[in-house]
Ligand binder design. Structure first.
Ligand code: ATP
Ligand code: MG
Length: 349
């Protein structure tokens, strides 16, 4: 069980300490945690946000536990040295094409979401977002039209193999949950989506136990706030997934609670909170470490098939929240380490 621990910048350092303590409290056999620098920290020490030794560690380890990168003092760096490029670099090198973001309601936090409590409490969904295609990676540029107007363009493109592989991830995820998959696209307007829908239908033949539906993205955005309880697994492309997953996360209450996994073909994955390095609160000991701790649970589930310990962590987090140990982001006053202490105590019960 070899884990590359890349804490990164800002609160990444603080929340990683707590996630590591929780992992160590589980007494996992053969647990080996190797730390390396990434992001602004790495740039300052080694001149690059993703130094070769960090990349080597990430490649040889079974899984990558990732904090956050982002350093406002280094914002002026040229594109390939920008600290955020470390995330894209890792995804590319590790061939991680599927981003999983669960969003589920926690007992006791119903009033913190912008939604009505009875609607918020029904949230238990997983967004599976394609990560390596779509407008982000299609041909792009700026040019002049024949009329001499400036024009920007980004090509949206997916080939069938890219759609099929993300569909398989989503169907398998649905099999392990409530058996419902909603594929989100814009097939009434976009050819990419017409193909997306067709390929998802083809893949569905291999998963007769999963109930498949399709929804246009504009409707999905509305349904996520109107009745999020209707969703189990949502699968969608890179652009729609980017937007919908941020939207879904806020239905739960705080950005400090949401974890994510980025996966490829094998069991290797990168696990990180959905939030950033939060420079505004870094160094104060008030960051909520729950998203980081829950990312460690996702790691145990997906990279090590250790559902038992994944659930042990998730139950501990739910218990601690229900007990009212709340960070500043949730209107409480518990410090980062106090929350870590509470989760460690709860997993050991
Ligand atoms: P990035 O560009 O890296 O995503 P960002 O500018 O979008 O970063 P975040 O770093 O995600 O922003 O922070 C957004 C806001 O949420 C900030 O006010 C930050 O303090 C708060 N925040 C983020 N994560 C946490 C956390 N774990 N605990 C408490 N507050 C948090
Ligand atoms: Mg952000």
């Amino acid at each position: 069980m070899h884990i590359a621990v890349l804490a990164g910048d800002g609160i990444g350092q603080e929340i990683m300490v707590e996630a590591v303590r929780v992992l160590e409290a589980l007494d996992l056999p053969g647990l080996r945690l190797d730390h390396a620098d990434v992001g602004g920290v790495a740039y300052r020490k080694h001149g690059h946000p993703l130094p070769p030794e960090t990349l080597d560690l990430a490649k040889t380890a079974d899984a990558v536990l990732f904090g956050a990168v982002g350093d406002p003092e280094l914002d002026g760096l040229r594109r390939e040295l920008r600290v955020e490029s470390a995330i894209l670099g890792l995804r590319k090198e590790l061939q991680l094409f599927a981003n999983l973001r669960p969003a589920n309601a926690f007992a006791g936090l119903e009033n913190l979401s912008g939604l009505k409590p009875e609607i918020a409490s029904a949230i238990d969904l997983l967004i599976v977002r394609e990560l390596t295609g779509d407008v982000y990676f299609g041909e792009k540029g700026q040019r002049q039209t024949e009329d001499g107007l400036r024009q920007g363009y980004d090509v949206m493109a997916y080939d069938e193999s890219e759609i099929a592989r993300i569909a398989h991830v989503a169907f398998k995820a649905a099999q392990g949950r409530k058996g419902k998959l909603c594929s989100v696209d814009k097939a009434n307007v976009l050819q990419t989506s017409v193909l997306w829908r067709a390929v998802v239908e083809e893949v569905a033949a291999e998963y007769p136990d999963v109930e498949l539906s399709h929804m246009y993205v504009d409707n999905a955005a509305m349904q996520l706030v109107r009745n999020p309880g209707q969703f189990d697994v949502i699968v969608t492309g890179n652009l729609f997934g980017d937007i919908l997953s941020d939207q879904a996360s806020m239905c739960v209450g705080s950005i400090g609670l949401l974890a994510s996994a980025s996966l490829g073909e094998g069991t290797k994955g990168q696990y990180e909170p959905i939030h950033g390095s939060a420079p505004d609160i870094a160094g104060q000991g008030i960051a909520n470490p729950m998203a980081m701790i829950l990312s460690a649970a996702m790691m145990l589930r997906h990279s090590f098939a250790d559902e038992t310990n994944a659930q042990r962590i998730e139950k501990a987090v739910s218990t601690v929240l229900a007990d009212g140990v709340l960070g500043h982001d949730l209107g409480g006053s518990a410090s980062t380490s106090a929350i870590g202490d509470a989760v460690v105590a709860a997993v050991q019960k």
